[in-house]
Structure formats: structure tokens, C-alpha cells
Design a protein around this ligand. Structure first.
Ligand code: SF4
Length: 377
């Protein structure tokens, strides 16, 4: 498949790994920010190709995983209301709140629907004028433009039965919080390519400068990731701390201006709590005053719902790269994809799910894909 197969080429993978071994003289700790990158690293065994001392730690770039339990509980309360059609992406339906998940609500008769786009929720609102359609908008800068577009269209069309339960978050403030944490050991970042496809990468320049940390915009295939690691290590070895783009086939410096415009029109930057991590200033997107009528929290008076994180789930440490999932006592026992205790075991981008799928209980397919990626041509 074009743009996939050539970026999984085993011979080039091994050339990059050899070059990485050649340039590395010291240990370095890098963080891949995105859960999609974490899954690719696990699936193809890329960490096993790295020279000794190069450590990849996994970042908070799984939007489902960082959605706070309080918002999940608000979603559960809304979905249980008889007048509501509650819609979200598939992963969100299985993320546990304090009292079960959205699929439990659906099993008890709630009208919970899995959608692929917020625009599909808008279509439901047009078709069911007698019902309240609520879209649970989750994601980083990648999915926020589509949510913004749906809310914008609802306003233009005068759809009064559509609203948003918003959980969109921003990547750069999370990197800043990680860099300021006292236990931070990350020396370089592989930034998530799809976020930069929307936002460009100018926002990273002040971070790289202030914290003297290289940031390389990186894609999601094996060659993309090894190229990102190589560029990051070359900077560290040379004492540089710049923002570089290793994903030029998708990312331009300015990003997608149209997507940025609709986000700026509909959203404003707000503080946001991240599951397992806590509040991060200026890290979320809330509806701007002109769109406040579409805020489901206000429309349905959900402000009183407050919740506590489960003490059994160590997702905060997993999401900040402090521990690997296998260090969580619940991993693979009390917490599995079939019976998850925390969101990182549910999401297709979750770090715990990646370890479970490709490392501790590797499938024959996963093992074969990893072997192919490692095999010299
Ligand atoms: S293994 Fe389960 S309980 Fe442990 S950190 Fe991951 S999601 Fe949470």
C-alpha cells in the first residue's frame, strides 16, 4: 500500500538502526508523545532495534486515556437520560467511570451510539428534532476541528437539540507540564505528526528553546519513528535543541490554516484536568462564549458531578512515562482489555493495551510482523 509499505521496508529499517548505533555515544531518554506511535513501536519491536542506552518512554498522547473520570461520569449521567441520544467514538464507550461504562448504560436501555464523526451526530439531530443529541467530543488537535465544524454548523442551521460534552485537549501544554515535573527524565520528544498536520509546529519552538530539548515531528510507520529517533539523538549528541520535521509528507510549518480557523472560531483555551495527571493550565478547549448554548454541561446542569480516580490504576505514572505498564500490579491480572480498570487498557492508542497486545501476550500475527520488521532484506 502506497505511503505504508515503503515506510515499513526492513532493509531501510536496519540501515537506520545501524546509523543510530553509529551516532550514539551516550544514553538518552526520549518520549514518543502519541499512543499511535507507542503501538507501532510495540507492534514492530522497534525498541529492540535501538542501541543500548537509548530509552523510549511513552507519553500522554492517548486522548481517551487522559479524559478524566469526572467527565466519563458526566457522560454516563447524560446517556442515561431518556430524552438523550448520546454519541461518541467507539473507544469512549468502554472507558470505565466510577460506576461502569457507556456500554453498561446502553445495556440498561440508554440510547448510546458509536459514531465515526461528529458530523454524523449533527445528522442525528436533524433527523430527531424531538430528542437531545449530545456528542462526546474527545481528542487532541487532530479531532478538534471536526468537532468545531459540527458545532459551527449546528449554530448556522439553528439546531437547538444538539450539544457538546467537550473533552478536547492540547499537546504543547502537556509537554510543558512534563518538562516542569520534578521527576522528568525526558531529554527529547518525538512530537505527534497528525497533531502537527493540523497545528503546524511553530508552537514547539518556544518549548525547545526554553527547556533546551529537541523536538522532532514524527510519523507513525517504523521508518518514520526510527528517523525521528535518529534526528533527536543527532541533536542531543551535538548539543542542539531545535524543532525538526521528520514527517514532511504530511506536516507543514504552518499546519492546516482552515482547521485552525474553525477551531479559533468555536473554541477558547481553558484549563483541563488530565486523567491520572491532574489539572494542566491552558491545556483544554472549551466552547467560546458565542457557542455557549451548545455546552452540554451547562444545558443539562452537570456541574455538581465530581468523581475520584481509582486508586488501583496507575495510569498517571504510565501516561507520564514514569513506569511501564507491566510495573502496574493490576496489569494482565485484574486489568485486561476484556475487563479494564483504566482507560490505557481500553483505547486503541493506550499504552497498557499496546503492552498487552504485543509484548506480554503477543499474538502470532504481532510476532510475525515484528519478525518481518527485524529481518534484513
Ligand atoms: S494496567 Fe490497567 S490498572 Fe494498571 S495502569 Fe494500565 S490501565 Fe491502569
Amino acid at each position: 500500500m502506497k505511503y505504508v509499505d515503503e515506510f515499513r521496508d526492513a532493509a531501510t529499517t536496519h540501515k537506520l538502526a545501524a546509523e543510530l548505533r553509529r551516532v550514539t555515544t551516550r544514553p538518552w531518554t526520549l518520549m514518543e508523545v502519541c499512543g499511535g506511535q507507542t503501538h507501532a513501536i510495540m507492534r514492530f519491536g522497534l525498541d529492540e532495534l535501538l542501541p543500548p542506552g537509548i530509552e523510549l518512554v511513552h507519553g500522554p498522547g492517548c486522548p481517551v486515556c487522559v479524559t478524566p473520570v469526572e467527565l466519563i461520569d458526566k457522560a454516563l449521567a447524560l446517556a442515561a437520560r431518556p430524552e438523550v441520544i448520546f454519541c461518541s467514538f467507539g473507544d469512549m464507550l468502554r472507558v470505565p467511570g466510577s460506576q461502569g461504562d457507556l456500554l453498561d448504560v446502553k445495556a440498561k436501555g440508554g440510547d448510546v451510539r458509536m459514531l465515526y464523526s461528529p458530523l454524523d451526530a449533527l445528522q442525528l439531530a436533524r433527523r430527531h428534532r424531538d430528542r437531545e443529541v449530545v456528542f462526546f467530543g474527545v481528542g487532541f488537535e487532530t479531532t478538534a476541528p471536526a468537532t468545531a465544524l459540527a458545532v459551527h454548523r449546528a449554530r448556522v442551521e439553528g439546531l437547538t437539540n444538539f450539544s457538546l460534552l467537550g473533552a478536547h485537549v492540547l499537546v504543547p501544554p502537556a509537554l510543558r507540564a512534563l518538562l516542569e515535573a520534578p521527576d522528568n527524565r525526558v531529554q527529547g520528544f518525538l512530537a505527534a505528526g497528525h497533531v502537527c498536520a493540523v497545528m503546524g509546529f511553530r508552537e514547539y519552538l518556544p518549548l525547545a528553546r526554553r527547556y533546551r530539548v529537541p523536538i522532532v515531528v514524527t510519523g507513525f510507520e517504523p521508518l518514520d519513528i526510527l528517523q525521528g529517533v535518529l534526528m533527536c539523538v543527532c541533536q542531543l549528541e551535538a548539543g542542539r535543541h531545535e524543532v525538526e520535521n521528520a514527517y514532511t509528507r504530511s506536516v507543514q510549518y504552518e499546519g492546516n490554516r482552515g482547521a485552525q480557523r474553525v477551531m479559533a472560531e468555536v473554541f477558547r483555551v481553558v484549563p483541563r484536568a488530565w486523567r491520572g495527571i491532574g489539572a494542566i493550565a491552558e491545556s483544554g478547549l472549551g466552547l467560546s462564549p458565542a457557542y455557549a448554548a451548545f455546552d452540554a454541561e451547562q444545558r443539562f446542569g452537570l456541574g455538581a458531578i465530581t468523581s475520584e480516580e481509582s486508586p488501583d490504576c496507575r495510569s498517571g505514572q504510565v501516561l507520564t512515562g514514569v513506569i511501564e505498564p507491566t510495573a502496574c500490579p493490576a496489569f494482565g491480572g485484574r486489568c485486561t482489555p476484556e475487563a479494564p480498570l483504566g482507560a490505557p487498557m481500553v483505547s486503541s492508542e493506550g499504552t497498557c493495551a499496546a503492552y498487552y497486545s504485543y509484548r506480554r501476550f503477543g499474538t502470532a500475527r504481532a510476532e510475525s510482523e515484528r519478525a518481518n520488521a527485524r529481518r534484513p532484506a
